[in-house]
Write a protein of this length. Sequence first.
Length: 586
Amino acid sequence: MGLATTRGNIRVVLDGRGPVTLRPTDHIATGGEGSIYRVADLVVKLSLDPEKMRRQGVPEKVRKLSALLNHPYIVTPLGIVTTPSGDPVGHYLPYVEDAPVGHPLSRVFTNEFYQSEGFNAKLASTLVDRMRETVMFAHAKGALLIDPNELNWFALSVKHDPEPRIIDVDSWVVGSMPPTVAVMPSIRDWHASGFGHASDWFSWAVVTFQVYAGIHPYKGTLDGYARSDMETRMKDNASVFAPGVRLNRAVRDFSCIPPPLLEWYEAAFQKGERTVPPSPFDVRRAVARAVQVLRTVTAGQTGLLTFEKLLGYPGDPVVRVFHCGVALLSSGTLIDLFTKQQIAVARSMTCEVVKVSHGWLVGIIEKKEASFLYVREGGHDPETLQFRMRGHRLIAYEDRLFVAGENGLTEVRSNLFGQKLIASAGQTWGVIANSTKWFGGAGVFDAMGAKFVVAPFGDAAVAQVRVHELDGVQVVAGKAGNRFASFITLNKKGEYHKVELTFDREYRTYKAWTGDADGPELNIAILPKGVCATIVKDGELDIFVPGSGNVNRVADGRIATDMVLSNWGDKVVYVKDGELWAVRMK
């Protein structure tokens, strides 16, 4: 048993820094080859098999990489980690903060991310160009990336000046050293006999194409291939550029890709060419022909659905809808959907809004501190409350608001005394901050590789439910509501799956359903009354009741996969082209 599997305190020495104690509360995640811990602004990665690590020459490679790869976009190992007796057991490196500061690249692929973060093609080009710069730098230093899949890239400062960060650099190859990891099949160059610059650029092409278009270059529907048969299509060069490929409307139009780079993508994916890609800012003339994208044919209008426009402001798109009936615009303006009046301006786009007595409570996180506004109904000015809390994330479940921090998950209580609202800290649940990733209405806790779903429910409870279906995979998206949670996961093969959990009333047991997913997009509305709506295919709105398994599939040509679903109470709403609409059965 290695140090990384130990559940108590672990005493190690950081080469050049000195001894540190890794505590269970420092644990972030366990999987693959090791366990990672956070110590201040550092990450310590301990090998699950130190003997294997030493046989593979990883300590020597880490020392080479530390001296060789000094670049702001590369999270380079800083040094070796040893036991107190001097045996190498891992390495340490700078910490890259997750949301809301940094975002895994798989989230950047989604339309929800483009909408909520105000991301666009211009920002995508900046990010992609800097990812290109990162690969070119590594190659110039004699290093090969081997497995630069979407889990090994992060995006920072996405709203204005996006920068990449690439992690797991210890798996790179320098000189004649053999690879120590297997490349994820979804980014593998199946035409290459080994690893080299060309295979790295093919992997770069696969992930950066998804930054622009939101789809893997060998996805979509193509006659002669099953939807899940991506490997065969990669070997056959049957990409999204192949004649007859049909794509749904969630795929962003290829015109968002600069023409020289688009031409290069087509040559790489469809023709098998392997060259260094042009910069997205290459000023060469456009390609001679436009790429034709066939959209999946949708059913005709059936008249079973009614569509109602709720909000739409030119130049100030809706980016998010809170369940309490408040919309957030890109300017930070908060709009009451019932009166269509402005109620406040949020200082942070990562705010949360819940309904309280005679108004709304607005929570804001800035510099790891939560502050709160009370907005009374009737057009009153927002009131800044005296209550503040240390924390790094706000979580809302229906009309309950929580702050996630170092001490756990704390509920924010509010009481109205006359015209004055008093907010205070309520109950705290022992959730380990570093090991828990938060999504919409729930979190996923990694207990040394064993996954638990942390789910508020009812009026005052929070459950921690052991979910075996999430072990061994990365959870990249999630949303939870009344007795139901849905997650998108990514496995080691690069395959996305959807995991849906239906809980009993006390959240002691659950029923799980698992199915294939085309990518990391999770497009679902979960209503408090126990009904869900989702769009999987253009032209179809699926309305289902998790508790009973009943599904009503409504065909309507106006339904499209680029409608980003949410809910306003028990109303299904969606954002499309910056406008907010409601959809319901007649």
